[in-house]
Design a protein around this ligand. Structure first.
Ligand code: SF4
Length: 698
């Protein structure tokens, strides 16, 4: 039930990043006010600029309020819900009959609630029978997930509460810039000496005791150099390594080849700084190592995260009270979004599509034969790349994503979408991807519906409806239900009420790697802080208390021990050369979020970050004839983006930085390539070889 018109307040969480700051909403549509909750331990009364202005998206002037169907004239025109849904279901049936079940694909998002993620995965595998489902989190958390699962047996971004960071003496941040991406987190870092690894002197790096500024694509070599120094300086916690890990000998042998001078030569970071960093970490009573997208979005991203995990394990940090290793999940439901079944290879609860027992469990909950469930499908980029091709999907349903902007090799992805027989987008604003769709379905957004999300610390949180959706708008769950029924499913199989979906999700996740079975809306609404795993049937009458801290006694592998991974440095897929002499790297800015579909509709955020810029060192700008404030073209072997020059000494002279939130010709991903991490299938967003020229001159 919404609080609209009642004068009541609604306690909920921010629609954007994985910190999931707690907020209180009041007021009616058009005048919704937001304030931070003072008692939520993560944001403690703080919000960033995006959180303060989030209600503006609820009243976006171009909010979608009716389905749109592309007519014979090629234009999108308003249509009724029955007309639009009948059209989609009919075309899906035709395409499946002609090309098979895998000719229909689904693309989800890391901002969708757990209930939507769960239903989307079930819809794909049961109602459509397709293996072709993945989501935009593949571009975000997949490398961290792959490395963490391999090392610890579980993938939870932070295996401890955010508040544990308050007590740290030293924190190493590798490729993370929370001062811009999740500013309230900085309150938890202010008591520690920060070691920041980043090719840019970011706002986070400015607050560091030590800033290591490696060449793009060399974080793995840097981690190997740090581990070498931990070994040679006698900082390895041998007792911990012997008792709690396996595989150190092979890793030690490999890192011994990374003497400091070699690490300096490859990374450009002085050996003395590497030595200082490892002494800070090794000498601290409580220390953490945290990675972010800067270390993860590479064709060797999972190996890079593994190298930082190796360092953390050698120093005895993971699973030690007050210390640890973690990854800073990005999207609002980046954690739950990768647990509840929209990944190409996973079923709810992080169960595996390749595991017969996992398939049987989920099939029983869904009331289907396990043999009818498809196997793993293509990863996000591979799926987008295959669209409309001879062997690829002919229809695509997009929920909670805008892949035309944040996918690598964006011009190619746009062409693939245009080649489809049936592109369908469910969104609340006319995104760049919706503009390419044949059918657009207007759906409700964060403050208009109930649900849960899981924050970066594995805590399950309630999102609450403050407003009823505008007339003409339906929820994603209603849309999936209506399509499933039209595709022959019984109405009861796809519930539309979020609490009902959550009850089913609990059963599907029971006994899985991400076990939510002991969590309920009632417990969350009573204010309990529940971090998964939280199994049902344990913990007595009060229920299981949840698990804020993982790994204190044992890791999640059957023998209870963490795994070292023998990884080694390799160069990025593209390196600067005579034609493309600079590194191009991409990332986020404070005032925008992801593809910008939401934040580019908020006047205050547009005023703060109105357009794409290319950050370039003044010496480099002089070399290439570029002037501050003028337009430039950033070109690679894959394509060319256009952005306004911003001179700054925060970037290395061999590197330019372009934020990826902006559409059209300003898409940074026009120049990013499609080299993929072999394990995580993460594209290499962080390193391209580029040239930068004054716009129009080349
Ligand atoms: Fe929202 Fe993240 Fe900003 Fe908090 S830090 S207000 S969750 S965008």
């Amino acid at each position: 039930m919404s609080a609209e018109g009642t004068g009541r307040q609604s306690s909920t969480h921010c629609p954007y990043c994985a910190l999931q700051c707690s907020t209180v909403l009041s007021g009616e549509r058009g005048a919704v006010a937001v304030r931070p909750s003072a008692d939520f331990p993560v944001n403690r009364g703080g919000l960033c600029q995006k959180g303060w202005t989030a209600p503006a998206v609820l009243s976006a002037p171009d909010r979608l309020l009716t389905p749109l169907v592309r007519g014979a004239d090629g234009e999108l025109a308003p249509a009724g819900w029955d007309e639009a849904l009948d059209l989609v279901a009919g075309r899906l049936r035709e395409i499946r009959a002609r090309h098979g079940a895998d000719a229909v694909a689904v693309f989800g998002g890391g901002g969708l609630t757990n209930e939507k993620v769960y239903t989307l995965g079930k819809f794909a595998r049961v109602a459509l029978g397709t293996s072709q489902i993945d989501y935009n989190g593949r571009f975000c958390m997949s490398s961290a997930a792959a490395a963490s699962t391999a090392a610890f047996g579980l993938d939870r971004g932070l295996p401890f509460p955010v508040t544990d960071l308050d007590e740290a003496d030293v924190i190493l941040l590798a490729g993370a810039n929370p001062a811009e991406t999740m500013p309230p987190l900085m309150r938890h870092l202010q008591g520690a000496d920060l070691v920041v690894v980043d090719p840019r002197r970011t706002r986070t790096a400015e607050r560091a005791a030590l800033h290591l500024q490696p060449a793009p694509g060399t974080d793995l070599a840097l981690a190997l150099g740090l581990l070498h120094l931990a070994v040679t300086e006698g900082l390895v916690d041998q007792e911990y390594v012997d008792a709690r890990t396996v595989g150190f000998d092979a890793v030690r042998e490999r890192c011994l080849a990374w003497w400091p001078e070699r690490a300096e030569e490859v990374t450009g970071v002085p050996a003395a700084d590497l030595r200082a960093a490892v002494r800070m970490l090794g000498g601290a009573r409580r220390a953490h190592i945290l990675t972010g997208r800067g270390a993860e979005q590479h064709s060797k991203g999972s190996d890079t995260v593994a190298a930082f995990i190796n360092l953390a394990l050698a120093l005895g940090l993971p699973g030690r009270a007050g210390s640890g290793f973690g990854t800073l999940t990005g999207q609002g439901n980046g954690q739950g979004g990768r647990e509840m079944g929209q990944k190409a290879d996973q079923l709810p609860g992080c169960r595996l599509l390749t595991d017969p027992a996992d398939r049987a469990h989920v099939a029983a909950v869904w009331g289907v034969d396990a043999g009818t469930l498809p196997g793993p499908g293509r990863s996000a980029y591979e799926l987008l790349d295959a669209l409309g091709g001879a062997e690829g999907p002919r229809a695509l349903l997009v929920f909670g994503a805008n892949p035309v902007v944040p996918a690598p090799r964006a011009a190619h992805v746009t062409q693939r979408l245009e080649a489809l027989d049936l592109p369908v987008v469910a969104d609340f604003v006319p995104s760049e991807t919706a503009a390419l769709a044949d059918v657009v379905l207007p759906v409700a957004q964060w403050a208009e519906e109930e649900g849960t999300v899981t924050s970066l610390e594995g805590r399950v949180l309630r999102r609450r409806a403050h407003l009823t959706p505008p007339p003409g708008v339906r929820t994603d769950l209603q849309v999936l239900h209506a399509l499933a029924v039209r595709l022959g499913q019984s109405p009861g199989r796809f519930p539309v009420r979020p609490p009902e979906v959550f009850e089913e999700l609990r059963r599907a996740s029971a006994g899985g790697r991400a076990d939510y079975s002991g969590i309920s809306y009632a417990r969350l609404d009573a204010g309990e802080a529940l971090h998964w795993p939280c199994p049902a049937g344990s913990g007595g009458d009060a229920g299981h208390p949840g698990t804020p801290r993982l790994f204190l006694d044992r890791f999640a592998h059957p023998d209870g021990r963490a795994r070292f991974a023998p990884v080694d440095h390799r160069p990025p897929a593209q390196e600067p050369d005579g034609t493309f002499p600079l590194y191009g790297t991409t990332g986020r800015v404070l005032a925008q979020y992801q593809s910008g579909a939401q934040t580019r509709r908020v006047p205050e955020l547009v005023a703060a970050a109105p357009e794409a810029v290319v950050e370039i060192h003044p010496d480099t700008a002089r070399r290439f004839g570029l002037a501050d404030g003028r337009l430039a073209e950033i070109g690679s072997a894959h394509g060319t983006a256009r952005a306004r020059v911003r001179l700054t000494r925060t970037v290395r002279a061999d590197t330019v930085f372009v934020p990826f939130h902006f559409p059209g010709a300003a898409r940074a991903n026009l120049f990013t390539g499609h080299a993929l991490d072999p394990r995580s299938r993460m594209p290499e967003f962080k390193v391209s070889a580029v040239h930068v020229t004054p716009a129009g001159e080349r």
